[in-house]
Design a protein around this ligand. Structure first.
Ligand SMILES: Cc1cc2nc3c(=O)[nH]c(=O)nc-3n(C[C@H](O)[C@H](O)[C@H](O)COP(=O)(O)OP(=O)(O)OC[C@H]3O[C@@H](n4cnc5c(N)ncnc54)[C@H](O)[C@@H]3O)c2cc1C
Length: 285
């Protein structure tokens, strides 16, 4: 199977993120999205994991199914929260058996509405080590350009990220709207002696209310200038989407011009915005 670090050595990687659908309707939407996006020939796609194991089977099944049925390489996300070491070993061992080579090792966030047992692993770096102990996987990690909202300060977050990235193969970032956040993160990694690839995560704005809430949760600044531009057209959902795609395209151009090793699109299981940005950038098959 394709290993993402090998792809990154050959050139830029463009990837799409999906979440496991919860209903037959959502399943049909995702299937249509996969069919729409496959011709863009992404380097890989990834499938999220519900912290605490809420999507344990669905993530596994979707990752395996995409690898088997589509001309796409799928990476599995996995989070520490609420899991014992033995459970995590079991999940990773199953991926090994299914021929899955790429895993994104994450800390995860305890869900607000479910009481979880305490997990045995506290931080993502411990999951990187656990995955490496199970087998010869390519392992990615998360990085937070603005830093992580639970961090007491930027310096310690950068240090923990650098330690984690040094043991992983590459990082994918949380979404952000200003390129300087990404370049600051990469500069910090280099200053701390870590030169592994850091792929910026892109969230095209397709509606105003959802994105402002998500940005707050993730600790991403939702800049005043972008909010103003979107609010100017807030009565016209199509115009909001158009502005979101234009601004995401501008961000992607700045990141690629500045040397980013690829782009990771948070698709929310839809294809239109990603296809439009791809076309604007002149990418894809
Ligand atoms: C690309 C991407 C994909 C994601 N996919 C998912 C998903 O599928 N499912 C999901 O539930 N969530 C997902 N998330 C969200 C992620 O789980 C949360 O942001 C989570 O709060 C932090 O994850 P992490 O892997 O960065 O954790 P960690 O690396 O564990 O970091 C979490 C916090 O702990 C601090 N820290 C790290 N190591 C140490 C240490 N040794 N000592 C003290 N402090 C330390 C860090 O500075 C940070 O503040 C994703 C995030 C990104 C960027």
């Amino acid at each position: 199977m394709t290993r993402i670090p090998d792809l990154l050595q050959q050139g830029r990687c463009y990837s799409f993120e999906f979440f496991p659908p919860r209903s037959p309707e959502a399943e049909a939407t995702l299937e249509a999205t996969l069919v729409d996006l496959e011709p863009l020939q992404p380097s890989y796609v990834s499938v999220t994991y519900g912290a605490g194991g809420s999507t344990r089977e669905r993530t596994h099944d979707l990752v395996v199914r995409i690898n088997e049925r589509h001309a796409l390489c799928a990476m599995a996300h996995l989070t520490c929260v609420g899991h014992t070491r033995a459970e995590l070993v079991d999940i990773v061992t199953r991926y090994r058996g299914a021929g899955i080579d790429n895993v994104l090792a994450l800390g995860g966030d305890p869900p607000a509405d479910v009481e979880l047992p305490p997990g045995e692993l506290e931080h993502a770096i411990e999951l990187v080590r656990l995955i490496r102990d199970v087998g010869d996987f390519a392992v990615g990690v998360a990085a937070h350009p603005e830093p992580h909202p639970r961090s007491p300060d930027r310096v310690s977050d950068r240090r923990h990220t650098a330690e984690k990235l040094a043991e992983a193969d590459f990082a994918v970032t949380q979404f952000f709207f200003e390129p300087h956040h990404y370049f600051d993160l990469v500069g910090s990694m280099r200053a701390l002696g870590v030169d592994k690839p850091v792929i910026p995560g892109i969230m095209p704005v397709t509606s105003i209310s959802g994105i402002a809430r998500m940005a707050k949760l993730q600790g991403s600044e939702f800049p005043e200038w972008l909010a103003r531009k979107l609010h100017e057209v807030e009565d016209d959902p199509e115009a909001v989407r158009r502005v979101g795609v234009e601004e995401a395209t501008t961000l992607c151009r700045a990141l690629l011009d500045g040397g980013a090793p690829g782009l990771h699109f948070y698709t929310l299981n839809r294809s239109t915005a990603t296809r439009e940005i791809y076309a604007n950038l002149g990418l894809g098959g």
